[in-house]
Every structure is written in C-alpha cells, then in structure tokens.
Design a protein. Sequence first.
Length: 154
Amino acid sequence: MTELPLLEVFMRLATATVFGAVIGIDRDFRDKPTGARTLALVSLGSAVASLAALKAGDSDGFSRVAQGILTGIGFIGAGVILKRPETGVVEGLTTAAAIWVTSAVGMICALGHWDTALMATVIAVVILLISVPMKRFQSRPEMGRDKPSQSNGE
C-alpha cells in the first residue's frame, strides 16, 4: 500500500470513531452496558488495526487481521450476553450485535469506503430505533401475547 497522507489517516480514524459513537447513542439512551464511548472505541480500535495491516502492504496480512478483529469482537460481544437463571430471559444479544457491526464499520472506514460505512451506520441505527416499537407491537394482546417475549435480545 502506498503511504497515506496524515490527513487521510486522521479522516479514516475520525470517521470510524464518529460512526461508532452514533451507533452507540441508542445504547446509551436505553441504559445498555455499551454506549457511545465504548462503541466509538471499538470502531476506532478496529480502524487502527486495519490501517496497521494495510500499512504493512500485505493483503494476506490484512485478511488475517480482519478475521482476528471480528473473532475477537465476537468474544467481547459474548461477554455482554446473559441468561437470567431465575427468569430464563436472555439479555444482551442486540448489544453484542451492535458491537460486532460497529467493529466492521471501523474496518470499512479504515479502507476509506465512506459510502459503505455511512450506509451501514444508518441501517444499524434504524434497526436499533425500530426494535422498541416492534416489541411493543408484538406484545399487544391482539397479537396473541399477554406479556413481552421471554427473550428480549437487548
């Protein structure tokens, strides 16, 4: 890879950080374990690791770094998933998925694909925003349920 100008590196890292924070704002509003700061750092970290691999100029190296990032982030996401033994309710699935998607957004920002990163961020935010109205709709008595689902995924 040719050496990127310092401003370009900064823009890629800053964009990854901002997009991660935007995804995390929803988690903050819902008092979830990860929020804007955490997801901004996840996205930034993925972008830094991706840029380091790109700087090395080895496409196989970038592939290995990308695989490592997504696998490692999967472990972090697994840490926020809990099953409450007393109720059987599973919590944290949506937060874990948000962490994973945010990491991928950071990687695509490192590649300089702003359009893809923006579209992924918008889609992720829309999914997070429509989840609450969808849950309310699904738990309405006329939908055949008297109470919310046993697994809320949040």
